[in-house]
Ligand binder design. Structure first.
Ligand code: FES
Length: 112
């Protein structure tokens, strides 16, 4: 699968069955934002440019999030070939506010 970072870099990583995207990105040397790593804070949010992500391990992920093109990679596993745009916390927050869905509280999170 392919990760596209906001600075234009691209990383190609392998995510074996049963593993989550974030941990495999780390294993490949790609540092991405994360906090709870349980699928509720949205710090690890990405945009799904193509493919499908299994979010069944995420604590708070809505079908509306999926329909809007978001995924949480800390608890997400590929269900197809994927292309993901990383660092989408603020976009996902804005979407949740507009959709009247719960928005994680807390300090603004630094994104490496
Ligand atoms: S790190 Fe909190 S939802 Fe992924």
């Amino acid at each position: 699968m392919e990760l596209r970072l906001p600075d234009g870099r691209r990383a190609h990583i392998q995510v074996p069955e049963g593993r989550h995207i974030l941990e495999c990105a780390r294993d490949a040397g790609v540092e991405l934002p994360s906090l709870c790593e349980q699928g509720w804070c949205c710090t690890c949010a990405v945009r799904v440019l193509s493919g499908r992500v299994d979010q069944s391990a995420s604590r708070r992920f809505y079908e509306a999030d999926r329909a809007a093109g978001f995924a949480l990679i800390c608890t997400g596993s590929p269900r197809s070939e994927l292309v993901l745009l990383t660092h989408q916390l603020e976009a996902m927050r804005a979407f949740r506010i507009g959709a009247n869905l719960p928005v994680p509280r807390g300090p603004t999170l630094a994104q490496p």
